[in-house]
Design a binder for this molecule. Structure first.
Ligand SMILES: [Zn+2]
Length: 288
């Protein structure tokens, strides 16, 4: 799933390609991907693109005041077309193309959904805040006003909730998902299960610095890359996320995995949990 750094890079890449162009046609091939009906999809046609921005993990294409907002979710992505095919994409269970945006110079953009759960979401709105997931976003962690003190207030308000869940909850902090929450906690050398309000002053500084450095470095690396290069870039630089069974790049211990909420998390016992593997709470619940 693309998170803040990848969506930021996508917004930059697409902004450069789309800005000043007009959309001539939008083809919808997976009807369930479009979550709104007013304004209609045709409101985007014949209109100039003003720019492309990001809200949390949402991508926002501003078409002269009407917005096409996309949440790529687990398996959604965009693919640039230097030349769009003559035949429009058709609804088909075998095709991953959810929508195609055709520009006035015959270039275009395919929005794809490779997952079986079909969680890609597209919205046509007059104001990005009309998208419920954007209206409820917490603060963006890379803005200047996301200070150490702000993070401290957020963690206090979350009480005994586990850091892993707090970091990736979009209504609490915007843009961090399963991968970067693992990476931030590894960089901070903290247990994913540590209660949010239990951090002392020094630990707050460590977590804040890890959060800003991890996301900032990922944004710096991703900036200027094309959409097609971003996924590989992200994978290459992850220290623990998705690396179960591999050696921790910091200490050499084996990266472990436990289930968490609807997915799983990865961590290094030596770096993060005093050498002790975390109990898989889902498994122990099942066994009781
Ligand atoms: Zn380690």
């Amino acid at each position: 799933m693309p998170e803040l750094p990848e969506v930021e890079a996508l917004a930059l890449d697409l902004g450069g390609r789309l800005q000043g162009r007009a959309v001539t046609k939008v083809h919808l091939a997976q009807f369930s991907a479009l979550k709104t009906f007013d304004p209609p999809l045709t409101a985007l046609e014949g209109v100039l693109v003003d720019g492309v921005t990001r809200h949390g993990k949402f991508l926002d294409i501003d078409l002269s005041g009407t917005h096409l907002v996309m949440h790529l979710a687990r398996a959604g992505w965009v693919r640039w077309r230097d030349e769009v095919p003559a035949t429009p994409p058709k609804p088909s269970p075998r095709s991953t193309i959810a929508a195609r945006i055709v520009l006035d110079d015959e270039t275009g953009l395919d929005v794809t959904e490779a997952g079986t759960r079909k969680s890609l979401a597209m919205y046509v709105v007059r104001d990005p805040l009309d998208v419920p997931g954007i209206a409820s976003l917490g603060p963006d962690p890379l803005t200047d006003d996301f200070t150490r003190e702000r993070l401290g207030e957020i963690l206090q308000a979350e009480g005994r909730k586990q850091l892993k869940g707090v970091l990736r909850h979009q209504g609490t902090i915007a843009g961090i998902g399963n991968a970067y929450s693992d990476e931030i906690l590894h960089a901070a050398r903290m247990s994913p299960y540590k209660p949010a309000s239990s951090l002392d002053d020094d630990e707050l500084t460590v977590l804040y610095d890890a959060l800003r450095a991890t996301l900032g470095a990922a944004v710096d690396r991703s900036r200027g890359l094309a959409a097609s290069e971003l996924k590989g870039e992200k994978k290459t630089h992850l220290a623990v996320h998705g690396r179960t069974g591999e050696a921790c790049p910091v200490c050499g211990d084996v990266v472990r995995e436990v289930s968490f909420a609807d997915s799983s998390l990865q961590y290094c016992p030596t770096c993060q949990t005093g050498g002790k593997p975390l109990a898989d709470r889902r498994m122990s619940k099942l066994l009781k």
